[in-house]
Design a binder for this molecule. Structure first.
Ligand SMILES: NCc1[nH]cc(CCC(=O)O)c1CC(=O)O
Length: 361
């Protein structure tokens, strides 16, 4: 097994940071490496980039393949094999339950978590409200589609897959179907393409995804050294908010593919040596049916003195949402997904038979 810890050799251990190979992932990983190098100038940090299932499977709707660790699994295998030491993820893509032996070592300062509208180059529309009826808007997120159908029932929402550069290329393609696409602002900003944002789509029109805009470092639970390094670069307010948001999603038993939106804030923060001792956490959550016709939304405001209490606030809000209608929406989605998976399997079977018959004739 590849053993990267220099236990036998003398000299400090070199830490390998790993992520997906997309441009955004590389930028994010380099950001984290820079932060670690600045904080620990005597240690050395390297990067390693790899392709994940989510990168390879670009054709199937996320709605169907979602719920799995699409963007993280291969990386976690490398982490557990000691081939790498720290995984840098968009926290939004990290399942709410981690594999045994892995943990989040740090959550870093969040970019603006809002979703943004990006209109095709050369088209003058300035907001979703200005788009003519029947305009095609690209997004692969059921959360965005479900919420936006409520306010814009006459727009047509259509899947657009690929990394950010691919999606922008699809938007601007002269023969492409999209008038606009919707993206997380954070990704665009980190890629230096914040100028492509036409407008932000804020709550209550659109609540952002759980953990959108935040980066996380995943480490082996038994790696004390990595734990210590991570502690030094935690952003406490972001960590508090994201732990609450993730607890909400975990309790709702959803992955990135359920229409759950959130908004969170922390105020009245009292800190001691960088650690939050007290803060007022306000968390709003919503669950929306895919057709946009049913929507439940609620909030909690809690005085919290630990991340555990922040998580408890998330769980509390999830229970409130479940008791006020979210349960029925989520059950419907589970049924619908099972049906669609059956259908896509059946059509795969038909294709296989057809191919076999064509081959034998
Ligand atoms: N699954 C896609 C994904 N994962 C993380 C980001 C970038 C923004 C972020 O850090 O939340 C994006 C792109 C998008 O949603 O537009």
């Amino acid at each position: 097994m590849a053993q990267t810890q220099s236990t036998e050799k003398s000299g400090p251990r070199a830490f390998i940071l790993a992520s997906r190979a997309s441009k955004l992932a590389q930028i994010q990983t380099n950001l984290v490496r820079d932060a670690l190098e600045t904080t620990f100038p005597s240690l050395s940090f390297d990067t390693s980039f790899m392709t994940t299932e989510g990168d390879k499977n670009q054709s199937q709707a996320l709605y169907l393949i979602g719920g799995k660790a699409l963007w993280t699994k291969e990386l976690e295998v490398a982490l557990k094999d000691n081939a790498v030491d720290m995984l840098v993820h968009s926290l939004k893509d990290v399942p709410t339950i981690l594999p045994e032996g892995c943990e989040i070592g740090a959550i870093l300062e969040r970019e603006n978590p809002v979703d943004s509208l990006v209109v095709r180059q050369g088209i003058p529309y300035k907001s979703l409200g200005e788009l003519p009826d029947g305009s095609v808007v690209g997004t692969s997120s059921v959360r965005r589609v479900a919420q936006l159908r409520r306010s814009f029932p006459k727009l047509i929402f259509q899947d657009v897959r690929g990394n950010l550069n691919t999606r922008l290329a699809k938007l601007d393609a002269p023969d492409g179907p999209y008038v606009a696409i919707i993206l997380a602002k954070a990704g665009l900003v980190r890629l230096g393409m914040g100028d492509r944002v036409t407008a932000d789509i804020t709550a209550p029109t659109l609540y952002h995804a759980v953990s959108q805009g935040a980066l996380a470092i995943e480490i082996r639970s038994n790696d004390r050294q990595a734990q210590e390094l991570c502690k030094a670069i935690i952003h406490p307010e972001t960590q508090l908010k994201c732990m609450a948001e993730r607890a909400l999603l975990r309790e709702l038993e959803g992955g990135c593919s359920v229409p759950v939106g959130v908004g969170s804030s922390v105020t009245d923060v009292e800190k001691d040596e960088g650690v939050v001792k007290r803060a007022v956490l306000r968390l709003t959550g919503c669950v929306t049916s895919i057709d946009g016709l049913t929507h439940v939304e609620n909030s909690v405001t809690e005085l919290v003195t630990s991340t555990l209490q922040a998580e408890a606030a998330g769980v509390k809000l999830a229970k409130i949402l479940i008791n006020t209608g979210a349960k029925a929406i989520l059950d419907d989605i589970t049924l619908d997904r099972a049906k669609r998976i059956d259908e896509s399997k059946a059509s795969e079977e038909v294709q296989k038979i057809e191919t076999a018959m064509a081959g034998s004739s």
